[in-house]
Ligand binder design. Sequence first.
Ligand SMILES: [Zn+2]
Length: 168
Amino acid sequence: MKAPWTIIMEYCQVCGKQAVGEGYVEGARVPLCPNCVQYGSRFQVYDEYKPRAPAPRPRLQDDVHFIDDAGAAIKSAREAKGWDRAQLGKRLFISETDIRAFEENRRKPTPAQVEKLEHELGITLLAKDAPEEKQKKDSDARPAPAKAAGPRKAEEFTLGDIVTIKKK
Ligand SMILES: [Zn+2]
């Protein structure tokens, strides 16, 4: 039986978290954590982690959503840094094709990629669901026009108030 202190402590070459195996990134064999396995090829799990790894990709939390046009946010932040897609991709170990897909809103980055993009570009791609948004998600049956009526109703109410005051 193995003593618990023989556990390998290798650190992920990409993000610095505890690695669970090794894969090839840009031709070099490097330790990778479960989140960063996707950036390596020919990944091999350390024996110690074989029963559990590779871990499934983490999913987005239930109460967050991507901001409107997350793609445009990525694109403009990238351009502000003066990087082309390949340059940004290289910094984040994300392919140029993926960067393009994110910018054109054809694909959503994984949670790990979101973290990298947000950190590298200094942007926020996720927002917490507002309570009413959550309600909307729950009862998705109704069509949109109800939303536009909101502010107008308030105006009408104000006008009505004035009329009432004049009458008095
Ligand atoms: Zn990592």
